[in-house]
Design a protein around this ligand. Structure first.
Ligand code: 5GP
Length: 211
């Protein structure tokens, strides 16, 4: 990025969507296009799925450890999702945003509502599957969760869909490259906001006219 485009503060980007919407795949593609974005690794009390490494997909902790973080005020937001805690560490995010680095959070609708209150400048994007049937098919296609867990996630998805109006942007993930391109377009537009470019204004407005 050229020096003139460097932002004074990073943008906090929130990505939500039901389990099975394909957020992780879209995020992987997004980060390969925009490696400058810092992806915040959440804390959770749920068990790792096959292929999930500690500190990469999530930081996996016990309920006692998680409750300790809540008590010490170390979380920007947290939520209970289908019987487990999920939360975002505050300190790292603050440091990155202050350094002008964009930060991406992949969090549920309750967490997004908290971020909206605490960080009014955050950009909230909801990722939808193309249909409820497709969502069900994707969740059943994961060999890791039993029927009861899948049912809980499908019910939860219906509740989450009702929260879509609190988001700024809605992206339908029927094709990962297209969904990624839409998110990239949102981020480009957000970076062009006047408030992101305030430092440029005096530089341009105070020019002497050359006769
Ligand atoms: P999963 O168990 O499928 O990885 O995630 C379940 C849900 O928890 C998803 O909707 C995901 O976005 C959400 N989630 C993951 N990390 C966080 C977090 O740090 N905070 C909140 N509020 N939700 C999270």
């Amino acid at each position: 990025m050229s020096a003139i485009r460097k932002k004074s503060k990073g943008t906090l980007i929130v990505l939500s969507g039901p389990s099975g919407a394909g957020k992780s795949t879209v995020i992987a593609e997004l980060l390969s296009e925009r490696p400058d974005i810092y992806f915040s690794v959440s804390y959770t009390t749920r068990q790792p799925r096959v292929g999930e490494a500690d500190g990469v997909s999530y930081c996996f902790v016990s309920a006692d450890e998680f409750e300790g973080m809540i008590e010490r005020g170390e979380l920007l937001e947290y939520a209970r999702y289908v019987e487990h805690y999920y939360g975002t560490s505050l300190k790292v995010i603050e440091e990155k945003l202050e350094a002008g680095i964009d930060v991406l959070l992949e969090i549920d609708v309750q967490g997004a509502a908290t971020v909206r209150q605490k960080c009014p400048g955050a950009v909230l994007i909801f990722v939808m599957p193309p249909s409820f049937e497709e969502l069900s098919r994707r969740l059943h296609g994961r060999a890791t969760d039993d029927e009861q867990v899948i049912e809980g996630r499908l019910n939860r998805a219906l509740e989450e869909f009702r929260q879509i109006p609190q988001y700024d942007y809605l992206v339908i993930n029927d094709s990962v490259p297209e969904a990624t391109q839409e998110i990239l377009a949102v981020l480009t537009a957000e970076g062009c906001r006047v408030e992101q470019r305030i430092p440029l204004i005096p530089m341009l407005a105070n020019q002497e006219l050359v006769k």
